[in-house]
Design a protein around this ligand. Structure first.
Ligand code: SF4
Length: 163
């Protein structure tokens, strides 16, 4: 599945986040600042978070708010994770670039199978694939989703599977 969001430009002006958490499991071995972005257009059947479908839910993720978070957790957190946001490519890329400049690793969780190279080149890891209920998530052997180290293109799903 590859969506082209270019046609939506102009409608989706600003990136809003519905939730911010410090997470340990989304990127194995990292303490991550996790921003969940509103306005997901993918509409996966069985979506666990349909409240994220509405654009503009939550708070605008301004550059100032984002930089403050990076500054506040510098030396404690090691990675920044975006749950979605590829539909705001320009802002997403700016934020990823900013996080990398401050020494953070970066990750995107997307429901797409691939994203634009302009986004990919700023990522350390990417989780791809829409939610399919009967296939499950990264902790399921039968999942359609992939957790990939971008530099090597290695699939690292085994890091999520418990014995
Ligand atoms: S990508 Fe995630 S948030 Fe978006 S519709 Fe699918 S399951 Fe829901």
């Amino acid at each position: 599945m590859f969506y082209n969001f270019k046609g939506l430009k102009g409608l989706l002006l600003f990136m809003f986040f519905n939730d911010f958490q410090i997470v340990l499991q989304e990127v194995p071995g990292e303490i991550s600042l996790c921003f969940t972005i509103s306005g997901c257009p993918l509409r996966c059947e069985g979506c666990h978070s349909p409240f994220l479908w509405k654009e503009g839910n939550g708070q605008q993720l301004t550059q100032q708010i984002f930089k403050n978070m990076l500054y506040k957790y510098y030396g404690f957190a090691t990675c920044v994770v975006f749950m979605g946001g590829e539909w705001h490519q320009k802002e997403l890329v700016e934020n990823l670039r900013c996080a990398k400049t401050k020494g953070y690793k970066t990750c995107l969780y997307t429901g797409l199978d691939r994203v634009d190279d302009e986004v990919l080149k700023h990522l350390t890891w990417i989780k791809t694939g829409q939610w399919i209920t009967h296939r499950g998530g990264l902790d399921c052997k039968n999942t359609n989703q992939k957790f990939i180290e971008v530099k090597t293109n290695k699939i690292l799903n085994h890091l999520f599977i418990k014995n």
